[in-house]
Design a protein around this ligand. Structure first.
Ligand SMILES: Cc1cc2nc3c(=O)[nH]c(=O)nc-3n(C[C@H](O)[C@H](O)[C@H](O)COP(=O)(O)O)c2cc1C
Ligand code: SF4
Length: 492
């Protein structure tokens, strides 16, 4: 057996059967298995309906939000965006979690081509939803049981609203590691409480517009290092939005209360980085290693981490957060973790790193299992809340087998897919119908969909989706990857 804490690990494609995968999971000591047989028909675990708010979901598959960096300058969808949303509709999944991160205003965009919601773009966002529903109808013959939400965001520390490679960060507190890593000016001020209160109004206004555009729910994004997530770790911020738990969750509470008042009937959901981890860097041989936090203990710069050992999760506050969500009337939590910027192997377990990443410091199966086990722990603690699980794409050929095992064991209510939907958008429908998997479309976690935007390009599955591979961006990406390889960086 190879060392799980070493980049040497068997590729999933080399595990030829479900039994071989299960043997590997057992050898790693992971509480995760794959079902040998996929059940189909109305009694199949993944085909079971589920009540969400006042609606009934038609099955247990979800499409995670996946941004393409391909909107127009003024925040409308492009043909690339529409094609991706058509695929979301064709997938057969009944829960479309937000489509992609949509900024509630200009200074919150993660890139100059992120979608934005305002009075000028709301009609385009309505059309986007209708396009998805139409495609779903064509692919499955029926639209009932389908729920489409919109993910609302402010990118905070990772905002690049005007120029694709220029950070214009909005920060809640000074972070000793990330500030240095991203070259933040020592004089950069944290945002004021008044600024936060204006932003809360913008989130509420955006939710009202989303309802007007027909979306059944909004996700108030609290993950991946963006602003909502940063509130949860704002231990060192003074005033009403930092310090104790109540203050650090005031942003969410105020938004949800405002939506309940101003957009009655609109369901609110939350995508949550349920645990964080210290930032990673490429160490010897470019293998990822955690930043040194020895001088920063107890660690005050993460959510869901043990302050005495921030490489370890501590779910006490995440559980408290889920209970708060329940009190506020939040319908479901989509469990994610960490950040794709500073610890990508935690958030997107992959065999191959993105260009700004590092070689996997562990077998990515451990990363996938970590997310699945965290969701299961939250479900055990707060059984009445609905949970969507993340981080499944690395399971590749066996994704549907693990999904069925997880749902059968009540470890998540719904299974979401991210990268897999970019390469193989019909996977949920094929699995539900018992059709053979299209092996050549299975995401092999090459990370080009992350490397693309890191290089200022659009995002999509360049290796497996012909349209991206042969596009101008595809050619540019190949050149960029060749240059990176020559420089000896990890992003091969
Ligand atoms: C290209 C790309 C874009 C993404 N965009 C978003 C986003 O807009 N909002 C979000 O919450 N997560 C986003 N994610 C994260 C995914 O939703 C998902 O959590 C992640 O890819 C892990 O799931 P997977 O293993 O199925 O890919 C993105 C991921 C990728 C690769
Ligand atoms: S580029 Fe394609 S194969 Fe690679 S991780 Fe993204 S979706 Fe998967």
């Amino acid at each position: 057996m190879s060392d799980p804490l070493n980049a040497e690990f068997p590729k999933i494609a080399s595990l030829k059967t479900v039994d071989a995968l299960n043997a590997r999971l057992a050898a790693l000591g992971l509480n995760l298995r794959a079902d040998s047989d996929l059940q189909t028909g109305p009694d199949a675990p993944m085909a079971q309906p589920l009540r969400l708010g006042t609606r009934t979901l038609g099955n247990r598959w979800c499409i995670h939000p996946m941004e393409g960096w391909d909107g127009t300058d003024d925040g409308r969808p492009s043909d690339w965006t529409r094609r991706r949303w058509r695929h979301f509709g064709q997938s057969g999944a009944k829960l479309i979690w937000g489509g992609e991160a949509v900024a509630v205003r200009q200074d919150g965009r993660a890139n100059p081509h992120q979608l934005m919601i305002n009075e000028k773009t709301v009609g385009d966002l309505r059309d986007l939803r209708e396009l998805l529903i139409d495609e779903h109808n064509k692919a499955t013959g029926r639209t009932n049981g389908l729920l489409v939400g919109l993910q609302l965001t402010h990118s905070g520390r990772f905002a690049r609203p005007n120029v694709k490679d220029r950070l214009e960060p909005k920060i809640l507190y000074r972070h000793p590691i990330l500030d240095k890593r991203y070259g933040l000016d020592a004089g950069l001020a944290v945002v004021t409480d008044d600024w936060i209160e204006d932003l809360i109004d913008d989130f509420i206004r955006a939710a009202c517009l989303a309802r007007e555009a027909g979306y059944e729910f909004v996700d108030i994004k609290h993950c991946h290092g963006y602003l909502g997530h940063e509130f949860l770790s704002a231990h060192t911020r003074p005033g009403p939005y930092g310090g104790n738990f109540e203050n650090r969750t005031r942003f969410l509470s105020r938004i949800v209360e405002g939506i309940t008042r101003n957009a009655p009937g609109l369901l609110v959901c939350v995508r949550l980085s349920a645990f964080d981890h210290v930032p990673f860097v490429g160490g010897p041989g470019q293998t990822g290693q955690p930043a040194d936090t020895a001088g920063l203990l107890p660690y005050r710069y993460g959510f869901g981490v043990n302050p005495d050992n921030p490489r370890e999760a501590d779910l006490a506050e995440p559980i408290q957060f889920v209970r708060l969500c329940r009190q506020l009337g939040v319908g479901a939590i989509n469990v994610s973790c960490g950040s794709p910027y500073y610890n990508p192997h935690i958030q997107r377990p992959a065999a191959f790193p993105p260009s700004d990443g590092y070689l996997p410091p562990e077998d990515p199966l451990i990363g996938a299992a970590r997310q699945i086990e965290t969701t299961a722990a939250l479900k055990r603690a707060c059984g009445e809340m609905l949970f969507v699980g993340s981080g499944y794409s690395y399971l590749q050929d066996y994704l549907p087998h693990v999904a069925q095992w997880v749902v059968r064991h009540g470890m998540a209510d719904i299974v979401g897919i991210g990268r897999m939907v970019l390469s193989y958008w019909r996977m949920p429908g094929d699995a539900l119908a018992g059709r053979p998997m299209e092996r050549k479309r299975i995401c092999r976690t090459f990370s080009d969909c992350t490397t693309g935007p890191r290089s200022g390009l659009i995002s999509g599955c360049f290796p497996l989706d012909e349209l991206y591979g042969s596009s101008e961006s595809g050619q540019e990406l190949r050149t960029i990857k060749r240059q990176i390889k020559q420089q000896g960086h990890a992003g091969g």
